[in-house]
Design a protein around this ligand. Structure first.
Ligand SMILES: Nc1ncnc2c1ncn2[C@@H]1O[C@H](COP(=O)(O)OP(=O)(O)O)[C@@H](O)[C@H]1O
Ligand SMILES: [Mg+2]
Length: 233
């Protein structure tokens, strides 16, 4: 049976100045699933991913990640969770003074793994994302799509259980965006749980995965074929 890997129970998130982002939202994602996270700009997509990436704490409610209660996670344990729940940003966040290869090995280097031990794995990942021949290239010399491919390789070098992506196709053209989604799809087929935030309506049309839809501080699930909406799942 599939296990719950992310679970929100009656979660609320407020910001100072009377800004309510979420009000008592509950949902659960099973291990190995693929979901889009949709909703208008300002509906809380990035905030929701930040809660899952432990960069924000909820105002109210309970979040469980990988079976652990988030409120009990210590600061010193955050790097472990971030290696298991990896994040791909819209603006790539690569280090421009490092080569593609050096960017990809970074998460393992930060864990103290020697370069020679992670080099081969990084080369394989760069090949997988279609960047064979660009190992020594510096990010400023590459296109948006190529940079995002490096960012994806870097995000998965720790073999995360969950991959979160915040508008990963926001800085590339539609055709490149669809190709990037193929990479997420391939990871998912190998067991990674994937959650992709997007305001690009094209992606949920091209890829028939369920959508977590944010609207008016609430969340609902839209299933692909029927376009059916389930509230309070
Ligand atoms: N750090 C913050 N401080 C105050 N308000 C914020 C902060 N981050 C986001 N918000 C507000 O929370 C709401 C949701 O933002 P966000 O999660 O970025 O939405 P989306 O990613 O869907 O565009 C917006 O009203 C935004 O202005
Ligand atoms: Mg956002």
């Amino acid at each position: 049976m599939q296990k719950e890997i992310i679970q929100f129970d009656q979660v609320s998130l407020d910001f100072p100045g009377n800004i309510t982002v979420f009000e008592n939202i509950s949902f659960r994602l099973l291990e190995g699933t693929f979901h889009f996270l949709t909703g208008a700009s300002g509906s809380g997509k990035s905030s929701l991913l930040n809660l899952i990436h432990l960069s924000m704490r909820p105002t109210k409610g309970h979040i469980r990640l990988l079976g652990y209660d988030v409120s009990a996670i210590k600061r010193s344990e955050i790097p472990f969770f971030r290696s298991q729940i990896s994040f791909v940003f819209q603006d790539f966040r690569l280090l421009d003074h490092l080569t593609a290869l050096e960017n990809v090995v970074l998460p393992l280097r930060l864990q103290g793994v020697p370069f020679q031990k992670c080099r081969l794995q990084a080369l394989e990942l760069l090949k997988w994302v279609g960047l064979e021949g660009f190992y020594e290239a510096y990010p400023p010399t590459l296109s948006g799509g190529q940079k995002q491919r490096i960012a994806i390789a870097r995000a998965v070098i720790t073999q995360p259980k969950v991959l979160l992506a915040d508008e990963p196709t926001g800085n590339v053209d539609d055709q490149t965006g669809v190709k990037l989604l193929y990479l997420f799809e391939e990871l998912n087929k190998n067991g990674t749980t994937v959650l992709v935030a997007t305001h690009n309506q094209l992606l949920p049309q091209e890829f028939s995965y369920p959508q977590l839809y944010l609207d008016r501080h609430k969340i609902s699930l839209i299933l692909p074929a029927e376009g059916e909406t389930l509230n309070g799942f």
